[in-house]
Design a protein around this ligand. Structure first.
Ligand code: PSU
Ligand code: MN
Length: 305
C-alpha cells in the first residue's frame, strides 16, 4: 500500500487539478479544534465560498474513514464540525495511525500540507500557524507546522501567529530551517488579531503576480514551502494590548493546569475565545476569509504562469 492509495480526491478537485486550474487547500483542525460549533461550520463553508468567488476550487482536507480526503461534501464538513473536539487532531505524525484504524481527524497545517502536496496542490490558506510556544526553552513545545514548512513544497497563507506563541522564536526557528516568510503588503510579521507584531520581515511583496512567481520559484528551489503573511483587514483588527492581556491569562491558566503536548494549542484557542467573547471569533473569521481570498487570487495567477 502506498500513501497515494489512501488519497481520495473529490471529482471537482481532481478535474480542476487535471486541467491546471486554480485550487486552494483548506485545513480542518480549525473546524474540529479551532472554533466552537456552529461558528466552525459557518466558517468552513464561508471559506469555500470565498475561494470560489475568486475563481478557484476549494479543497478542504481531512481524514475520514481512514482516507485522506481532498475536497469534502457539505455533509462531510458538517459531520466534522459537529464532532468538534470529539475527533482526533492529526498532525503529520498521526496520519498513519488514524488511517490504519479507519479513523476520522481534523488535519493541522502540517498534516494538511503533507496531503495537499500528495494531491499536487500548490497553495493552502489557514488562519494562524502553530509555532514556538512561550516557555519552549523548557517544554521544547515547537509545532510540527514549522518543520513541515521546511520540507514540503506548499505555500501557506496565514495572518501570522497568535501571541499564544513566542513570535520572535517562531521567526528564528523558520530562519534556521530555511523557510522564507514573505509579507503581503506588510513589513512586519502580523500577530493574528493585530496587523503587526514589531518583528520585521526580510521580504515583502505587493503584487499578486509577483507573489505567484515567488511561490513557483520556491517550489523549484525547495525543499520546503513558503509562508505568506497576510495581516488581518484594518477594520477587523483588535486592540493589541487588550487581547494580549487575555492571552497572557490563558497561557498562565494552561501552565497552572499542566496542559501539555497537543492539547496546548486547542486549550489556548478555546480559552482566548471565552475570555474575549464574540469579538475574537469575529476577527478570526474575517482574517481566515481574507487569507482564503488571497490564496485563491495567487492560485489564479499560478495557473497563468
Ligand atoms: N492557531 C490558530 N488556530 C488554529 C490552529 C492554530 O490560531 O486552529 C491550529 C492549526 O490547525 C495548527 C494547529 O496547524 O492548531 C497547531 O497545533 P500544534 O501547536 O499542536 O502543532
Ligand atoms: Mn505543540
Amino acid at each position: 500500500m502506498t500513501a497515494n492509495s489512501l488519497l481520495e480526491v473529490s471529482a471537482e478537485v481532481a478535474e480542476a487539478l487535471a486541467g491546471h486550474k486554480p485550487v486552494v487547500a483548506l485545513e480542518s483542525t480549525i473546524i474540529t479544534h479551532g472554533m466552537p460549533f456552529p461558528t466552525n461550520l459557518e466558517t468552513a463553508l464561508m471559506l469555500e465560498n470565498a475561494v470560489r468567488n475568486q475563481g478557484a476550487t476549494p479543497a478542504t482536507i481531512a481524514v475520514l474513514n481512514g482516507r485522506f480526503k481532498v475536497g469534502l461534501t457539505r455533509d462531510e464538513v458538517e459531520r466534522l464540525a459537529r464532532l468538534s473536539g470529539g475527533v482526533v487532531k492529526a498532525s503529520r505524525r498521526d496520519l498513519a495511525a488514524v488511517a490504519a484504524r479507519h479513523g476520522a481527524a481534523g488535519t493541522t497545517v502540517a498534516a494538511t500540507m503533507y496531503v495537499a502536496d500528495l494531491a499536487g496542490i500548490e497553495i493552502f490558506a489557514t488562519g494562524g500557524i502553530g509555532g514556538v510556544h512561550r516557555g519552549a526553552e523548557e517544554t521544547f513545545d515547537i509545532s510540527a507546522d514549522l518543520v513541515e514548512l521546511s520540507r514540503t513544497r506548499v505555500a501557506v497563507v496565514c495572518a501570522g501567529a497568535k501571541s499564544i506563541l513566542d513570535i520572535d522564536k517562531t521567526l528564528e526557528y523558520l530562519e534556521s530551517h530555511g523557510v522564507a516568510v514573505c509579507g503581503f503588503r506588510c513589513d512586519e510579521f502580523p500577530a493574528f488579531y493585530a496587523r503587526s507584531s514589531g518583528f520585521r520581515l526580510e521580504h515583502r511583496c505587493d503584487g499578486l503576480h509577483d507573489l505567484a512567481r515567488i511561490v513557483r520559484l520556491q517550489r523549484e528551489i525547495g525543499p520546503g514551502g513558503l509562508l505568506i503573511a497576510n495581516p488581518i483587514p484594518e477594520e477587523k483588527a483588535l486592540d493589541a494590548e487588550a487581547i494580549e492581556a487575555r492571552i497572557a491569562e490563558a497561557v498562565a491558566e494552561a501552565k497552572a493546569k499542566g496542559v501539555a503536548k497537543k492539547e496546548v494549542t486547542p486549550f489556548l484557542l478555546g480559552r482566548v475565545v471565552e475570555l474575549t467573547g464574540g469579538r475574537s471569533l469575529e476577527a478570526n473569521m474575517a482574517l481566515v476569509e481574507n487569507n482564503a481570498m488571497l490564496a485563491a487570487q495567487v492560485a489564479v495567477e499560478l495557473s497563468r504562469l
